[in-house]
Design a protein. Structure first.
Length: 206
């Protein structure tokens, strides 16, 4: 039994060290995330309205603290705060951990350009400890490079699914759209990997 207990302790430590979740100021995280979100809204010269996004803030805070899944997928129509939420998460993590951890944010379209023109940088981004991919679905499903047909988003999802890495995504696509665009295999992995939060409020852009 002693050997079994030691093995359990080692595996639990490995698990806890591998998967990122916020382990500081847990009771204050919802309010801290709200402040970061408000800051991002004001930075753009817009009016902050907590009524519209309070539920999203609560759900995202719960995900950050529990990390039951390694990915968070924010989806809905354009201009309703998904990217702002990603920027707020980035700001919160960087402030809490004094720059020890940083969220790499990149658009899905830029990833497609990188896989064709700068494979080294693409692979570095793919392996980022904390990664956010904005506007998934805007990029072509496949990219040709010297006659080879590449699927940058699929490549990244497979890698991060296997490594259980912290991944944020924003998209106008819902689960059904993901399956149509990328196929059943990738959508099945994404269903296991991500918590999905639907942003149903109207656009803030006028």
């Amino acid at each position: 039994m002693e050997a079994i207990d030691k093995l359990k302790a080692i595996l639990e430590k490995e698990y806890m060290n591998h998967r990122f979740k916020i382990d500081k100021c847990q009771n204050e995280i919802p309010e801290m995330l709200r402040l970061c979100y408000e800051s991002e809204v004001k930075k753009r010269g817009m009016n902050y309205n907590e009524v519209d996004i309070k539920d999203y803030l609560n759900k995202v805070s719960t995900w950050l603290l529990e990390a039951k899944k390694t990915g968070l997928f924010l989806y809905g129509s354009v201009g309703n705060g998904k990217t702002t939420m990603i920027l707020a998460i980035k700001k919160l993590i960087e402030i809490l951990y004094l720059g020890q951890f940083g969220v790499q944010i990149i658009s899905s379209l830029t990833l497609s350009e990188l896989v064709r023109n700068d494979e080294t940088n693409f692979n570095l981004i793919k392996k980022s400890y904390l990664l956010a991919i904005d506007d998934v679905g805007c990029e072509p499903s496949t990219v040709k490079n010297y006659g080879n047909e590449l699927s940058p988003l699929t490549d990244i999802i497979y890698y991060r699914y296997d490594k259980q890495l912290f991944t944020l995504i924003t998209s106008n696509l819902d689960k059904k759209d993901i399956e149509i665009k990328y196929g059943v295999r990738i959508s099945d992995r994404m269903n296991e990997m991500f918590d999905f939060i639907a942003f149903t409020n109207k656009t803030y852009r006028k």
